[in-house]
Write a new protein. Structure first.
Lengths: 292, 431
């Protein structure tokens, strides 16, 4: 499901990261710069994609041999208003790509494009979202295909974690903050749901690999190993070195699991090794301890 | 009537083995192919296909075998089978142009009373649409199995014959020929016979898919699928000969072709084929079991590893590499992996990976390797001694999806043993 259009990997002429100031965009910028790729960042502070004329302004910054990474989003999209904001943003990006076509586009999507009922996810699993956030990303994926005719890689990450993640979503980020504040870690039910937790730096690495290979198609970004939320919570507590209770609550919703089959990634990037959860969370804890 | 003279047109795996079977049953058999060079090689006994007992039967039945690239020789045949290969593309679609072309050549050369039988696999409707200007035209289902072709050609379980009008008796020459094998003869309409082969393969795929699905669960639940199989086979509804050994998905080309055919027919006719699509998906998933395990156990821990890979053919006792799981595995490995490969028939050069090296023997392949992967269950690999493997390997990991090796002996020899249908054994933390 992922095809490389470069038989031998090579740095793109330039990596343009739209959303460079965000958690994910920033990680991609950092990784690309670390391996010597020339990066041009477009942050929301500098160019508001929801404003009139944004497409034209963005087009003026693009060059034909660019690899453009589209990260920028208002996440999560929970209602009509936030859905509309995200559609206006991608409209501006598509306007820019139409005015100034580029060589290659990477789109940072989400595994929320897959319905919750899909317990084992493959790249060929149908993108049939049952939530507005996933629907937003599917719509953006589809509209990019209309406005960009060259190679397009859709990266769909699982639950991400990292020291700079501003979101407090249920999972490693919320758990570590609770532990740091000495507050109880509260689980839905007994935390039985299994999820694949991905270090944001793995996403950044895979984005850079896709850029270097001029990849086209779909790539789920996941380690291939899912663990329960309870297991994550207990790991976070152990790493924090604090006595923090992990508490279950009466279950409100049925247990759903999500596992990812890593085979497409193994074949596309056989030398890539995802960060193991314990190692990744240990690094995050270390960064927290250092006040980062 | 005197024994009919049988002709086989198209000296393919099907044609050659079927001709050998006919001759073994005492029938004078003409082997026809429009390629004179191929005919010349066959005359010398240089067979382009490998099957157990084929060489011996070919030599023993020489007095009953004749060869020709001259169409006029077909005039002495009473029953003529047309059996060219029908190539399939990557999506399982069949190219029938070669079959049609051969029929165009052969048909005018036959006597009007000679029976023409299409033996190559065709989609339902092909034979009736094709028709024949003069003389009887039938379809017959071929049931050869790669690696067991001679057994199946000489001792068929039954003949399945498609007829324009199944209410009519079979032509005497065809009835006499088929009767010479002593097995049931099932006559049916042409379309039913053409679908029969596909239906047989769908039943086999269903069994294999159940085995693969349940075996994968066993690997995660602590069960052993090998313990479950005998219990299933003693259930008469499932049967003693049910196809329940877990494997690395469907390969060889024929089953994949039929799966694609069913999906296409269902799409065209608006019938439900979602279960078939699930089988196809499951096959792809299981095919990659070795890749996932080798990444987890070796590649995640070591850069530039050396792997010993035994077996390159898609199954044992054949030269065919069509959709071979072994080649798919090798070609998915990164360029920094060295693969020491050995197959009794297929050369290592068949694999396209830059790191493949030809080993002279199975044990030689193991020498200094970080892991052993047994990808084709050739019988000779069963003779490998676990202690010898352990001594030859630099690492401890063994992937043996088809359980060719002695599991207990491997564990006793200190190997970390991975196979289908049971959790990994002997897998303490590997440094």
């Amino acid at each position: 499901m992922l095809t490389h259009h470069r038989s031998q990997p090579a740095d793109p002429a330039r990596l343009v990261v739209i959303g460079s100031g965000g958690f994910v965009g920033g990680a991609i910028v950092e990784r690309a710069q670390a391996v010597g790729i020339k990066v041009h960042g477009v942050s929301g502070k500098r160019l508001d994609l929801t404003q009139p004329g944004a497409g034209e302004a963005l087009a003026a910054e693009l060059q034909p041999d660019d690899c453009v990474v589209v990260v920028s989003a208002k996440a999560p999209a929970r209602d009509a208003a936030s859905l509309g904001v995200n559609i206006r943003m991608i409209e501006a990006v598509c306007d820019a790509l139409t005015r100034r076509p580029v060589d290659h586009v990477l789109y940072i999507s989400t595994d929320a494009v897959y319905p919750a009922s899909e317990a084992v996810v493959y790249e060929h699993s149908p993108a049939a979202p049952d939530n507005p956030h996933g629907a937003m990303h599917v719509a953006r994926e589809q509209i990019l295909k209309v406005h960009h005719k060259g190679p397009l890689a859709l990266l769909r990450p699982s639950l991400m974690y990292g020291i700079k993640d501003p979101h407090n979503g249920y999972g490693p980020n919320r758990f570590r903050r609770a532990a740091a504040e000495g507050k109880d870690i509260v689980l839905f039910g007994e935390g039985e749901e299994q999820r694949d937790n991905v270090d944001v730096n793995d996403l950044a690495e895979l984005a850079v690999l896709c850029a270097r290979h001029r990849s086209d198609g779909i790539l789920n970004v996941a380690t291939g190993r899912s663990v329960s939320f309870r297991e994550v919570a207990e790991l976070v507590v152990r790493l924090s070195g604090r006595e923090v209770p992990v508490k279950g609550t009466p279950r409100q919703n049925p247990v759903t699991h999500r596992h990812f089959d890593p085979t497409v990634r193994l074949k596309a990037f056989p030398d890539f090794r995802p960060v193991a959860l314990e190692e990744g969370l240990a690094r995050v804890q270390q960064a927290m301890n250092e006040g980062k | 009537m005197t024994r009919p003279v049988i002709g086989y047109c198209g000296m393919t795996h099907l044609g050659i083995n079927s001709a050998a079977g006919a001759a073994q049953r005492g029938f004078d058999t003409l082997c026809f192919d429009p390629d004179p060079a191929l005919i010349s090689r066959l005359v010398k006994g240089e067979l382009p296909v490998t099957e157990p007992d084929l060489d011996r039967l070919w030599a023993e039945n020489a007095p009953r075998l004749s060869f020709s690239a001259d169409l006029t020789d077909l005039a002495r045949c009473d029953v003529v089978y047309v059996a060219p290969d029908v190539p399939t593309d990557d999506r399982g679609g069949s190219d029938l142009s070669g079959l049609a072309a051969l029929l165009d050549q052969v048909e005018p050369a036959l006597r009007a009373d000679a029976v023409l039988v299409v033996l190559s696999q065709v989609p339902p409707g092909f034979t009736r649409a094709r028709g024949r200007a003069r003389g009887p035209l039938h379809y017959q289902v071929e049931t050869l199995i790669f690696g067991r072709a001679i057994e199946r050609a000489v001792h068929p379980e039954r003949f399945i014959v498609g007829c324009a009008d199944p209410a009519q008796p079979l032509p005497p020459a065809l009835a006499a020929y088929l009767g010479g094998f002593g097995c049931p003869i099932l006559s049916m309409r042409l379309e039913s016979a053409e679908l029969c082969k596909i239906a047989i393969n769908m039943c086999l795929v269903a069994q294999v898919s159940v085995a693969n699905t349940m075996a994968e669960l066993c690997e995660h639940l602590g069960a052993d699928w090998a313990e479950v199989i005998p219990a299933l086979k003693l259930d008469k509804r499932i049967g003693a000969f049910a196809y329940l050994a877990p494997g690395l998905g469907i390969a060889g080309g024929n089953l994949e072709r039929d799966l694609a055919t069913v999906c296409r027919m269902a799409e065209a006719k608006g019938t439900d084929s979602r279960v078939v699509q699930a089988w196809i998906s499951n096959s792809g998933h299981r095919r990659d079991w070795p890749l996932r395990v080798i990444h987890q156990e070796v590649l995640a821990r070591r850069r530039a590893p050396v792997l010993a890979v035994l077996g390159l053919a898609y199954k044992q006792d054949t030269h065919s590499i069509k959709n071979s799981p072994s080649l798919a595995f090798i070609n998915a490995l990164g360029p920094d992996v060295t693969i020491r490969a050995f197959d009794p028939v297929v050369p290592a050069s068949a694999a396209g990976h830059p790191g493949v090296v030809q080993a002279d023997s199975a044990l030689e392949a193991c020498r200094g390797a970080d892991a052993l992967v047994v990808m084709t269950p050739w019988g000779q690999f069963r003779d490998l001694v676990a202690a010898d493997i352990a001594a030859a390997l630099a690492g401890r990991v063994v992937l043996d999806p088809y359980a060719v090796l002695d599991r207990a002996a491997c564990v006793a020899a200190g190997l970390a043993y991975h196979t289908l249908g049971v959790p990994a054994l002997g897998c303490e933390e590997i440094a």
